[in-house]
Design a protein around this ligand. Structure first.
Ligand SMILES: [Zn+2]
Length: 589
């Protein structure tokens, strides 16, 4: 008697094999048989006739480090079929943490990942851990919809070892490096999936300092990569210098070109055998640079390095709305009105011609947190109208550039910012726009397609759990099936390719070798998907973070069932209440 049989689906195995029709039997959380299982007895049977049956998605680029302590569903990820997440990316996270360093780590996370500091103060049970292994022990007590793996972040590590010196781009001493290396080794031994660091000047703490670790010298990175090997292995994740271009908001230039960074990762990887996973997107400053980075990575790999550029499969999105970030959110008249008026009163006031003229004429007033997105995003939104689009229901994420706010305004002879102002007031001040800050500088997703097809890349960049007021890219897996497999008018991608990229490829890189494919003996993390009716919905702003913080959710429909470790966690796009997800301690080979 099996626990569960998923019957008659089109199985896409995650290993890249052509789809085939069959049944999958699950017992004790594992796949125990695949084939034609007519008449097999089971406690539960799911009819998957006409549906796709795939492994659960593995999202290797998330920032749920704080949220995992108050949230057991990780709703937007599981609702889009993701069953394993890796957090602790980009050099930020919450361990190790000295007792008096809580405020500073929150400042890091609020600045870099734009997670409201108030939610982190209230939601995270500070004092329950100090070391990274004790953070993992705490996570072990938690129950989730999805499995969670964690990496050791460089910024907290530097702060923990170097104290104040870490906050002012201080150089590490040999003694500092030795201590950091010991912590990395013990953390990897305890089950950390890897180590992460950020090297771009755009990533600043909320109070405006460069994130600790940004300027770490190659010798320090080498010592930490060796320390990973001493602990058993793991992935070195990095945000390379220049990967976001030359930031217009940072007081400092980038320290190296992307190609210089790739050359360094190549040296470090060859010297240690450690795989490097780094962010790569098409950026405005250098819209063809990604091709050179892919070529350089292939060259490094041909001489023994293990470089895995992490790429996105759609535009890197930022949502703008009157309630969150927009081009006018730091204009003094707007700030003053917002502080004293309800939302509907604010919208009414902004419709007045005098208020409108004042807001349009003003310059942004800086906040007292120069590194915060509150301070940065208004100018970013104002400067990107040629790649910002109205976000209506059914939006397909590959709109013609003629739909952009810039093009729309020009076509009717209006000022683009004035046009944007009026748009934000539509739908009673709830209209959404979406900006593509990366991957859309050709006005199509052709660059993403080429990046996806590159043999060395891994798919990711959802940033789930971060930038909760304007990024909703945890819905990308659903988009990948809807757009790349089903709807794109030309140059679609095979379903087995997309599924492999979202499952076994990431699972294998991160040492989550018990999952990622539908094969006998593997963990039963499974999606059953009605591809014909699969849809990504328009994001919805919710106020459900601790301390009433706001965040966007993006739901999907068409997931008939999602199974984690053999248990049904979602059925017909609805939470079943089951929480089989656990901390996944990575076993490195
Ligand atoms: Zn990140």
């Amino acid at each position: 008697m099996f626990d569960l049989v998923i019957r008659g689906g089109t199985i896409v195995d995650g290993a890249g094999a052509a789809p085939f029709t069959g049944d999958i039997a699950i017992t004790d959380g594992a796949i125990v048989e695949i084939g034609v299982l007519t008449g097999a007895a089971a406690k539960n049977v799911l009819d998957a006739d006409g549906a796709l049956v795939t492994p659960g998605w593995v999202d290797a680029h998330t920032h749920y480090d704080g949220q995992v302590s108050w949230d057991d569903t990780l709703e937007s990820s599981i609702a889009n079929g993701t069953t394993s997440v890796v957090m602790g990316n980009c050099g930020v996270g919450f361990a190790p943490v000295a007792v008096d360093a809580t405020d500073t780590l929150i400042d890091f996370m609020e600045g870099v990942e734009d997670i409201p500091g108030t939610a982190l103060y209230e939601g995270v049970p500070w004092g329950q851990w100090e070391s990274f292994p004790s953070y993992l022990d705490y996570l072990d007590t938690r129950r989730f919809s999805v499995d969670v793996a964690a990496q050791v972040p460089h910024a907290p590590l530097r702060l923990y070892v170097m104290g104040e010196r870490a906050l002012h781009d201080g150089d590490s001493t040999p003694d500092d490096v030795t201590k950091m290396a010991q912590i990395v080794t013990e953390s990897i031994k305890a089950g950390a999936a890897g180590f992460s660091t950020s090297r771009i000047t755009f990533h600043r703490t909320a109070s405006g300092q460069t994130l600790p670790g940004t300027y770490a010298p190659e010798q320090e990175l080498l010592a930490l990569a060796k320390a990973m090997v001493d602990g058993g292995g793991g992935v070195f994740q990095a945000v390379p210098a220049s990967s976001a271009g030359n930031s217009m908001y940072s007081p400092k230039p980038e320290q190296a070109s992307m190609l210089e960074e790739v050359a360094m990762f190549g040296r470090l990887s060859r010297a240690t055998g450690v795989p490097f996973n780094f962010i790569l997107a098409q950026i405005r400053d250098n819209p063809n640079g990604w091709r050179e980075v892919l070529a350089a990575s292939a060259q490094e790999n041909s001489t023994g390095a293990k470089l895995f550029p992490m790429i996105g499969s759609r535009g890197i999105s930022g949502i703008t709305t009157l309630r969150t970030y927009h081009a006018f959110s730091r204009r003094p008249t707007f700030v003053a009105l917002q502080q004293k008026l309800s939302h509907s009163e604010l919208v009414a006031a902004m419709r007045g011609p005098e208020v409108k003229a004042a807001i349009l004429a003003e310059a942004d007033a800086p906040t007292d947190k120069p590194g915060s997105m509150d301070n940065v995003q208004p100018a970013v939104f104002a400067a990107a109208l040629e790649r910002t689009f109205p976000f209506y229901a059914g939006f397909n994420y590959e709109p013609p550039v003629s739909d952009s706010f810039l093009a729309r305004a020009q076509s009717v002879g209006r000022d683009p910012l004035e046009f944007m102002y009026d748009f934000l007031l539509e739908e009673d001040g709830n209209a959404l726009g979406v900006r593509f800050s990366g991957n859309y500088w050709d006005g199509s997703l052709d660059a993403c397609r080429e990046m996806m097809l590159d043999a060395n890349t891994v798919w990711g960049l959802s940033d789930a759990g971060a930038h909760v007021k304007y990024v909703c890219d945890m819905s990308t897996p659903t988009f990948n099936l809807v757009h790349w497999v089903r709807d794109r008018s030309h140059d679609r991608l095979p379903v087995e390719f997309i599924v492999q990229k979202m499952t076994s490829r990431n699972a294998h890189l991160y040492g989550l070798n018990d999952r990622g494919t539908l094969q006998v003996g593997k963990r039963a993390d499974v999606n059953v998907i009605d591809l014909d009716n699969l849809a990504v919905h328009k994001p919805v702003l919710c106020f459900d973070l601790p301390a009433g913080g706001e965040r966007f959710h993006q739901a999907a429909t068409g997931y008939l069932a999602t199974v984690v470790n053999g248990e049904l966690v979602r059925q017909h796009d609805t939470d079943t209440g089951a929480r089989p997800g656990r901390l996944a301690r990575t076993v490195h080979n």
